[in-house]
Design a protein around this ligand. Structure first.
Ligand SMILES: [Zn+2]
Ligand SMILES: [Zn+2]
Length: 421
């Protein structure tokens, strides 16, 4: 019997783990600069949190959530997203008493039973941010500015931030009514799913990828025209505070979760194809109260890590995060010397971001060079009996394909040049 990983749940193998760790480390450092603190909630929650929070007619809850009954017949769910569990924790531990506005971030796996495709796995990973305890447009502006900065720090340039406002609960309900009216004589031209959505959650028609539905959505009345004075003022302030950040107005961008009100945004990247979002977020001013907490506003976003990695590989092909130095040695004495040099390099402050590999197979020089190549080594230090006797080393620059013999005490200097060049 040969076992395989569950479909849509992928192993992250060592060669890929490097980029994952780098993304996580970069995100943590940047978010902590902004004053965000990490929160880690369990992967399993009571199903009700998501039904109540995300909305019982959403695709996530009706089709995609992994739920099961435990031995005591409680319905539990693998979390399909991070916001509802964080709101649950915020209320359960009365975090609103700790600080009037609570800046949190999370990094971890989420689960949705969708058809696996490019950038869409059943276990996927998100980096997310929530600011709870404020209704202010300046919180929306802060997280959008901050996600823009984080994506650039990752090395991405070609992304687009699309922004819209859904308005408050009242505006949203009024728009749903007028949109339903608009659709009433077009029922024959929309898909079956959308005909069903018209009854349960009409705004979701705006998200439909079906070409005929999309065309009808493009001609639809504009949500922005339906906003009340307060909501118009709010989104205007958000945009004003984001001067200098490239934004695109996205008429009728709604997002597939019921809890959003007011500002919503989506970040897209051309490398992803039709489903081109690498992240999304928005304001959810009713969720804390709906889940039993105080009446307070909140805003947040989540980035899909698998999708960011696809975008990164597209934009920066061959980008590797750490520089590898391989020490190739021949003979026992050279091996011992090689281990000492490796230790010195790893501890040296002038080589903070390098990985040093040594031979652990007692392989031939040729085979060690192949190993160095497979590990994308930038430089190989070669140490044989001759070098050892003369107190010299050979440094091979694997990028430029050049080799030079150097005295051992010049090693650091010449290696540094080889790694930077
Ligand atoms: Zn409003
Ligand atoms: Zn449709």
């Amino acid at each position: 019997m040969k076992y395989k990983a569950v479909r849509g749940m992928d192993d992250i193998l060592p060669e890929d783990a490097q980029i994952w760790q780098w993304l996580e480390k970069t995100a943590r450092t940047e978010l902590e600069f902004y004053g965000y603190k990490e929160i880690r909630t369990p992967i399993l929650e009571e199903t009700g949190i998501f039904v109540r929070g995300i909305g019982e007619t959403t695709d996530i809850v009706t089709k995609e959530m992994y739920t099961f009954n435990d031995k005591r017949e409680r319905s539990l769910a693998l979390r399909p997203e991070g916001t509802a569990p964080i709101v649950r924790a915020y209320i359960e531990h009365a975090l609103y008493n700790v600080s009037p506005e609570c800046r949190l971030y999370y990094i971890g796996p989420m689960f949705r039973s969708e058809r696996p495709q490019k950038g869409r796995s059943r276990q996927f990973h998100q980096i997310g941010v929530e600011v709870l305890g404020t209704n202010s447009p300046y919180a929306d502006a802060e997280i959008i500015r901050q996600v823009n900065s984080l994506l650039k720090l990752f090395g991405l340039q070609n992304f687009t931030i699309k922004v819209n406002s859904l308005g408050c609960k009242t505006d949203k309900a009024a728009f749903a009514e007028s949109f339903k009216k608009y659709l009433s004589d077009k029922k024959a031209r929309i898909c079956d799913t959308c005909r069903d959505r018209m009854k349960k959650n009409v705004l979701r028609v705006l998200d439909c990828k079906n070409e005929s539905c999309a065309e009808i959505a493009r001609q639809a009345p504009d949500i922005a025209d339906n906003l009340c004075g307060t909501c118009k003022d709010h989104i205007a302030k958000v945009k004003n505070a984001l001067k200098g950040v490239k934004l695109e107005e996205a008429k009728n961008l709604v997002r597939g979760l019921d809890y959003y009100t007011g500002t919503v945004f989506e970040i897209t990247h051309p490398s992803l194809g039709a489903q081109d979002a690498i992240g999304a977020g928005g304001r959810y001013d009713n969720l804390v109260k709906d889940l039993g907490g105080p009446d307070t506003g909140a805003v947040g976003y989540a980035l899909g890590m698998e999708r960011i990695i696809i975008a990164l590989k597209k934009e920066i092909p061959g980008s590797d995060c750490a520089k590898v130095v391989y020490i190739a040695t021949l003979g026992d004495a050279a091996k011992i010397r090689g281990i000492q040099i490796a230790e010195k390099l790893r501890k040296s402050e002038s080589f903070a971001d390098i990985i040093v590999l040594t031979d652990v197979k007692e392989a031939s020089l040729k085979s060690q060079m192949r190993t160095a190549d497979k590990n994308n080594a930038r430089a190989v230090i070669i140490l044989g009996e001759n070098e050892l006797r003369e107190g010299r080393l050979t440094i091979r620059n694997m990028v430029k394909k050049t080799e030079e013999s150097v005295e051992e005490n010049k090693l650091f200097e010449i290696l540094k040049n080889a790694l930077e060049g």
